[in-house]
Structures are given as structure tokens and as C-alpha cells.
Design a protein around this ligand. Sequence first.
Ligand code: EPU
Length: 421
Amino acid sequence: MTFVLQERFLIEGEHKLEGIVKISGAKNAALPAMAASLLTEDDCIIENVPQIEDISIMREVLCSLGASVERLEGNRLRVNAANIHTLAAPTELVIKNRASFLVMGPLLGRFGEAASCPPGGDIIGQRPIDVHLIGFATLGAKISRSEEKYVAKAPRLRGAKIFMDYPSHIGTENLLLAACLAKGKTIIRNASAEPEVVNLAEMLNKMGAKISGAGTCTIEVEGVDELHGTCHCIIPDRIEAGTFAIAGAATRGEVEIRDVICDHLDALLWKLSEAGADIVVQEGSLTVRSGRKLSAINVQALPYPGFATDLQASMGVLLTQAEGVSAVNERVYDNRLLYVSELRKMGARVEVSGQIAVIIGSTPLTGTPVKALDIRSGAALVIAGLIAQGTTEVSDIYHLDRGYEALDVKLRCLGAKIERL
Ligand code: EPU
């Protein structure tokens, strides 16, 4: 019998984070940019692409369709989709993450057909894809089911007015990707305003698309006949930056976060200062310092520009160190408070009722074995380990490797005692 030992982080707690950290390119902007490269037979160069597992999965998905994806020096990717030979995404890859479903929009727009099974992704609640499918159908695609796959077909998509029931982040991206090559004008109402959607629209416009309104709840796309190659830079990862900001404040340290767009972190910075952290914002960098006592606050996770759900668990950990009773209301996903049971093992006093976690602080945490349940709960448990007395072992860190570039290396540079086993 063969046993496969999963990698773990061993963290010795109670060391302040101090120093400078540079933020990598955003996972959730790089993934749709890779999908966008399917819209042309020219080369697309994508800069500032983080070296993380989710990018490798997307790379495999594109290659399985016939594209070539080459890593160039300096975190750049060259994608060429001149020789696409299948319009069906492979199920064994699509079930590994959510973003793989983003190949549907560009394949449908460029070739008139696309197929994929429902995507996988973190276990954080119901994650339907109805807004994607309803959007494709509104653009004129016929949607059918062939075994596990959804198949979308339309000789050429027609621009239309689409109302999204929910401002789905990758739902908006998939519809933008599909609508660029549609005939006529598409108007997407109740669109997602997340910065990654804006970064995608900028790339598509550089490729010759005519998109306006990205970053607001109404996006208009004037369809064009073809798109060409481009060179596009991925925005800094606001969730990685936010994770370091919270970790700096939670350990009562001082962290300067470089290569960041501070505007993208408005909600977090507002909440951190409300809790008592000192924040200094400069052009392209921010410093988080927390000398004073932290105080309890209430936080609601909402679509952008609300507080990011991807930072909700890390903020929950910080609030275990704040004096008083805090409430964290998760309003994006219906099952994203599972990390609380791991946090309780470390001594946190948290009660969950529906979508709300009530956190009683300040409570000392004690190192113990805990499990990363998804990318962001994993990051939260690492922060808990940095605060805790004694040694914390975080298992299943493959989740973290999907979304954070060299997290342990960057933390060590800030003085954390963290080791990968
Ligand atoms: N929703 C619907 N109908 C749909 C699609 C979504 O009701 O057709 C609901 C979901 O049930 C969920 C909510 O909308 O409750 C949010 O889902 P959304 O579709 O906006 O999320 P996503 O696009 O699948 C992206 C990120 C997530 C991030 C969310 C919210 C990528 C690859 N993923 O997911 O990132 O949490 O937006 O900002 O961009 C992560 O990086 O760890 C991560 C989970």
C-alpha cells in the first residue's frame, strides 16, 4: 500500500510580522486573461502572472483545447490559440477549479460552439452557473446537455440585453468574453464591478473589442468581427495584499505592502482602521501597523466594492484578537464559515448562526493541528498560527498553493517562523 503524505505548514506563533512584501499578480485576473487569449489566433502576452497551481490547471485546459501556453521570463505567459482542435473542455480538469468554465464564452464567441461540465472549485456554498447559461442563451446560443457537459451552440451570437440575477464575478467575465464577437450590441445589467472584470475588459479592448462601463453595474459591448493579439499586464492581487495587511495587524507588527492598488482595498482598509490598526496609504504601497489594542467591529462580506468575501475568514481570525463582540456576516456565499470549527480548536470563542459568526475577543489562541478547507480559509488558519501560542500545524496546504504565490517564503521574509513539511 502507498501512502501519500500531503504537505503541511508548521508555524511557531507569537512573532510579529515586520518588513516589506511585494504582491504578485491577481489569480482571479490572470485566469480570465488566459481564457481571453482563446479569442484570437494571434499571440497574447500576459504579464505579471503568478506561479500558482490554478494557473497551471488553466494552462492544461488551454493546451488540451489545442492552444500553446509558454512561460516566458519575468512571470509572463505567451498564449497562442491558432490551432484549437476541440471545443470541449476536459472534465478531469474543469472539476479542479471554477475558472476553467471561463473557456465557454470565448470558444462560443469565436467558434460558435463550446462544451464543458459544471466547474469544480472550493466548497464554500452553492455555486450555480445559471447566470452564465442564461446569458449565453440570451445571446442566441442553444444550450443542451451531453452526458456531464453543457453544450452551447450558435452559428454567431447576437448582441442582446442581459439582466443578471446576481452580479456573478466570473459570470460577468464569461458573458463579456462571449459578447465581444457577437453581432450587434450587448448590454449587461447588474454586472459585477470587481476590479478583475475591469482588468479583463481592458485586455479585450486592447485586442480590438469595444467594451464600455466595466467597473459599473452596466457594461456595454459593441460586437466586432475579429480580435487580435495583445500584451496585457495583470493587476496586483488585492486578496493577497489584504491577507498580508490583516496578518500584519493581527500579529501587532508593521508590514509595508508594495505593488498594490490601494483603491481596490478600500473596504478592508476602512475596517482595519475602524478596528484600531494604523494605515498609511501611498502611491502603489501601503503600510499597516497595529500598536494599539484592537476593538470589535462588524463586517459584512458583499460583492465589490463591499468587503471581499475572500478576506472574510482572515478578518474573522483578526477579530478573535479584538476586545469585545464582533459580528461577521457572510453575504456572498452560503457556506463560508466552515473555518470557524478549525478556529475553535485553537481556542477561539465564535458562535455561528446562519451566515453570521459572532466572535468574542480578545481570546488567546493555542497552536494545534488544523486543516485548510479552501484557499482562503487556509490563509486565515495560517494567520491564526502566526498569532497563536505554541506550534500550529496547517494541513491540506495544496489549497493555499492554488492561490498564493510562495506564501511561506514571503511570510518568512517578514519574520514569521513557518516551515513547509
Ligand atoms: N451565483 C448565483 N448564480 C450564478 C452564479 C453565482 O446565484 O449563476 C451566486 C453564488 O451562489 C454565490 C455568489 O453568486 O453565492 C458569488 O458567486 P460568483 O459567481 O460571483 O463567484 P465566482 O465568479 O464563481 C469569483 C472568484 C471567487 C470569489 C468570488 C466573489 C474566480 C475564479 N473566483 O468566483 O474567488 O470569491 O468571485 O468575488 O474569480 C478565491 O479566489 O478563493 C475565490 C473563491
